[in-house]
Ligand binder design. Structure first.
Ligand code: DHB
Ligand code: FE
Length: 287
């Protein structure tokens, strides 16, 4: 038997790139705004080059590395780890949302995961069931506390070995393992049993790993659950939940931890961890 101790960048990177390429998005950015943004990006880059007197050797290493990231299919990985948190932050804080805070989506979301009832267990294999279990319950509400029946909680997380289903080539993980769309009951309530997540290393055997190594960093993210909570007429939130006091909470490689998104589950007599946490949705923004 071969043991692999973390997802390989090659498998998960190219799978993330392939999935992303299926959505050809357009942003309707007018040319004036595009010019302002490009000018500022290039000015900022020029400023860094001048400030640090970047050498030709360093410039050529950058060119080679950019080529490598693309060929390895790692742009979704690299961008979501090092850039997405800024995009998430300006979009949520600028509009003055009052509900549950968002966090980055990351590269491993798959839409339309199979529906699960409000009281459910996430799809898991026997080996996932032998890891710690987390019973996660609560209510999706409006800002005034009214429960939202039929709200959708899309949840996805990595398994105890650090793999996300559909992004771990050759690991034989069922397609929808640890992924589901939970539909709340008529009061907005849910009780989801899932694997208690563990800290996760982003794929680090490719150019993203090389990048991290080059500055003496580490590839770890704290244990986290990914969620998208949505309901008709409400602003959908993409977020993550973390575990207070857990490893890498204070130095997440993806800079995506927020104090409002902390869980502190208690171990029950049944041997499982229990946590209540509710989601509050803002009304959908008007166009
Ligand atoms: C990446 C992976 C994650 O699980 C995550 O939450 C954020 C980013 C990544 O590999 O880019
Ligand atoms: Fe993740």
């Amino acid at each position: 038997m071969t043991t692999i101790d973390a997802p390989s960048a090659k498998g998960s990177g190219s799978a993330a790139t392939d999935r992303f390429k299926t959505e050809r998005l357009s942003a309707d950015t007018p040319p004036e705004r595009a010019k302002m943004i490009y000018d500022d990006v290039l000015d900022a880059l020029g400023g860094v080059i001048r400030k640090h007197e970047v050498t030709y050797a360093e410039y050529k290493v950058l060119k080679q590395w950019v080529i490598d990231v693309g060929e390895g299919g790692e742009w979704p990985l690299w961008l979501d780890v090092f850039v997405e948190h800024h995009v998430e932050d300006v979009n949520y804080s600028r509009h003055g949302f009052h509900g549950t805070k968002g966090s980055i989506e990351g590269p491993y979301y798959i839409p339309n995961a199979p529906k699960l009832p409000s009281v459910c267990t996430m799809p898991m294999r026997d080996k996932d069931l032998s890891a710690d279990q987390l019973v996660f319950s609560g209510q999706v509400t409006d800002l005034d506390g009214t429960g939202i029946g039929g709200a959708r909680i899309e949840m996805w997380s990595n398994d105890a070995d650090g793999y996300y289903s559909q992004f771990a080539e050759g690991m034989d993980i069922p397609e929808w393992n640890l992924r589901g769309t939970i539909v709340t009951d008529d009061q907005g309530r849910y009780e989801i049993t899932t694997l208690h997540p563990v800290p996760y290393r982003i794929p680090h055997d490719g150019p993203t790993g090389k990048f991290i190594e080059s500055y003496g960093g580490h590839p770890w993210r704290p244990a986290h659950l990914h969620l998208i909570v949505s309901a008709s007429g409400r602003n959908a939130i993409t977020t993550q939940l973390y575990f207070r006091g857990g490893d890498y909470i204070d130095n997440d490689v993806a800079s995506a931890v927020k104090p409002e998104l902390m869980l502190e589950p208690r171990k029950g007599e049944d041997g499982r961890y229990h946590q209540e946490y509710g989601f509050v949705l803002d009304p959908a923004p008007e166009d």
